[in-house]
Ligand binder design. Structure first.
Ligand code: ZN
Length: 423
């Protein structure tokens, strides 16, 4: 891709449609196009084959709300104060959707995760249509997600009814790979191939997780088929990954290992040549990139890069954090959600990653040789670790930490956060 060609092409397009498709809890390394051995994502792999794909994209935090709020506002969670699920983006922080709306776009979002509900995320601002309605209780249990078939049905209904005179900005968020992992039937052949399937493998949590991805992929294919073939850009990503038993942990939120932080990211559309970039990109780059696809300028508040114009240098520094984990007994939950210090922080540069944990322990990994972060080199690479920690500490001192409020949370919201393991 040459950026001059890309700019000229943008000028020739009136105002292109821009679509964001995101899948909750989708580890990059569980997609074929990122090297996974099982055929989880045939349709997304096909889309990726015509896209500019980023091999090394990280989310800012391994949690739905903070990650997506950072993506759409291009501001770090600690800077907006939106550091946990249930702590919404402050009204003073503008998002990409607001810019699209101001530019005359029709804007819509179909989201399927409880944490994206209006008062928990504040992400509805700028969307003329924001569908986060999961319906009523079902068999006496609260629903906290919509399945991919329902999400696609609603997305298709919106596309059908939209005002065709206007270009549109459309975000569709799928939830299926998030726990609990259910066994979606009909994918054994696709994933494991005919007779070699062993029942034990199909019944494992890992195997069930794979069927949830395959189901989302199948339903996303219906959405892709319904999108206009011309003048439409598609950005595909995930909010975070999943531990899946690595480091003796199954979920996301608690740790900041690559299994939770490495996300898929690829962009297709007019003038974009298929290719792969190894640039160290991040969640906050998404909003300026989306706006750039439509020829719109990023807001002065946005801190990431338009990746179609510019990409970070190979030795660029990234810092990620998590504030997740349980709230100690006796603490006011609403207050603790908004005010807790970071539980873990990591600095990543040129294939090395240093982690500092709340309890004082330190870890160092050579990601290039040890992508699974299994060999902690903290004792053998003391100087390197100290240098990275000094850089992390400088960042920590110099990056302001603001405070948002979780006061709008109802008892039902708190129950839902607890049920999902976020408290
Ligand atoms: Zn999530």
């Amino acid at each position: 891709m040459t950026s001059m060609f890309f700019s000229a092409l943008l000028a020739a397009l009136a105002a292109p449609n821009v679509v964001v498709i995101s899948v909750d809890t989708l580890r990059a390394d569980h997609m074929g196009v990122y090297g996974f051995a099982h055929n989880t994502t045939p349709h997304l792999d096909q889309l990726a084959a015509t896209s500019l794909l980023f091999e090394d994209a990280l989310c800012e935090q391994p949690q739905t709300g903070p990650s997506l709020m950072a993506m759409f506002s291009s501001r770090l969670p600690r800077v907006t104060g939106a550091i946990r699920n249930g702590v919404p983006l402050p009204p003073t922080t503008p998002t990409a959707a607001m810019v699209f709306q101001d530019a005359g776009y029709d804007t819509a979002a179909i989201v399927s995760n409880w944490n994206l509900k209006v008062k928990l995320s504040g992400l509805d601002r700028g969307f003329a249509h924001y569908d986060a309605d999961f319906g009523k209780r079902w068999w006496g249990r609260e629903r906290h997600e919509m399945t991919a078939d329902v999400v696609t049905d609603r997305a298709l209904a919106w596309l059908e009814a939209r005002d065709e005179e206007k270009p549109f900005f459309f975000w569709v968020h799928y939830m299926d790979p998030h726990a609990p992992y259910k066994n979606k039937r009909g994918f054994a052949e696709q994933l494991h191939g005919g007779n070699r399937v062993k029942k034990q493998r199909i019944d494992s949590p890992e195997a069930r997780y794979q069927t949830e991805i395959a189901f989302a992929d199948q339903q996303i294919a219906r959405l892709l088929a319904a999108l206009p073939k011309e003048d439409t850009y598609i950005l595909f990503t995930a909010d975070h990954g999943e531990s899946l038993g690595n480091h003796n942990y199954w979920g996301h939120t608690r740790y900041i290992y690559q299994n939770s932080m490495h996300i898929p990211l690829f962009i297709s559309g007019p003038g974009i040549e298929a290719g792969r970039s190894a640039a160290p990109v991040r969640g906050i780059d998404i909003a300026p990139t989306l706006l750039g696809l439509a020829g719109l300028s990023p807001l002065p508040t946005m801190t990431g890069m338009n990746l179609m114009e510019q990409q970070p240098a190979a030795d660029a520094v990234r810092v990620v954090e998590t504030y997740g984990g349980s709230v100690p007994k006796g603490e006011n939950v609403r207050e603790a959600l908004a005010t807790r210090p970071p539980r873990r922080q990591a600095i990543i540069q040129s294939g090395w990653k240093f982690i500092r944990n709340e309890e004082g322990s330190r870890e160092l990994y050579h990601l290039t040789e040890d992508p699974g972060e299994e060999h902690n080199l903290i004792d053998s690479q003391v100087e390197r670790a100290n240098a990275l920690e000094a850089q992390l500490e400088t960042w920590h001192q110099q990056t302001p930490r603001n405070q948002a409020s979780a006061n709008d949370l109802s008892e039902e919201d708190l129950r839902m956060l607890e049920a999902q393991g976020y408290l």
